[in-house]
Design a protein. Structure first.
Length: 212
């Protein structure tokens, strides 16, 4: 029962966030305030999901193992950032070699364009999106599904959904990124580690392509 309450509450919270974002896009489509409004929705949505995850507590099979100290969580989070950057680079070039896909992600290009127009949007890129996606794809679709499937099967399901959710033609890249985030979560038994990895990746991409 605790598993269902945790998973369903987070998923419903995510649906609410998506609906609010769709509504904001319709109301503010031609306004310069659009991405400020979307960022505010992201901040409020992140708070909502964190609240729901705390209110409907559930420790899945991954989280039941002893979690390392905060320093180790941060360290593994940083290691995960490095691993996912390497994984992203390798898969982008492999896909380009085999399938002639572009070396640059359309999603990343869009985020950077928005950032240049609205720097406030960096909060969404570096903070709210990583937290929300880790709670959905790693906590719910990976961690909580280990109650029904072996971890490797749950990882494939989660990574596949993660890749489809980004749908910009780089399925392999997002699939591998998902697997790396899941490895960090599995290794540390703490979702905060994969959140750090995800946020670190987005920050480095922003710094390397958006500011420099």
């Amino acid at each position: 029962m605790a598993l269902e309450k945790n998973s369903l509450s987070i998923l419903l919270g995510y649906v609410v966030i998506m609906l609010c974002q769709i509504l904001a896009q319709k109301l503010f489509w031609s306004s310069t305030l659009l991405y400020i409004v979307l960022t505010i929705i992201g901040i409020l949505g992140t708070g909502l999901l964190l609240f729901l995850n705390h209110k409907f507590k559930f420790q899945n099979q991954i989280e039941k193992d002893k979690s390392p100290a905060t320093a180790k969580i941060i360290l593994w989070g940083l290691v995960g950032t490095v691993l996912v950057i390497i994984g992203q680079w390798l898969t982008l070039h492999l896909s380009h070699l085999l399938f002639h896909t572009p070396l640059f992600s359309n999603n990343t290009d869009q985020f950077l364009t928005i950032f240049h127009q609205t720097p406030f949007y960096a909060i969404d890129i570096v903070l709210t999106t990583p937290i929300i996606e880790e709670l959905i794809f790693r906590k719910v679709f990976f961690g909580n599904l280990t109650a029904y499937f072996k971890p490797w099967i749950a990882a494939i399901i989660s990574s596949t959904l993660f890749a489809f959710a980004h749908q910009d033609g780089h399925f392999l890249t997002y699939f591998v990124m998902g697997l790396i985030f899941e490895f960090i979560y599995f290794k540390t038994h703490d979702i905060k580690a994969s959140m750090i990895s995800h946020a670190g990746l987005n920050l480095i991409v922003l710094l390397c392509n958006g500011i420099v």
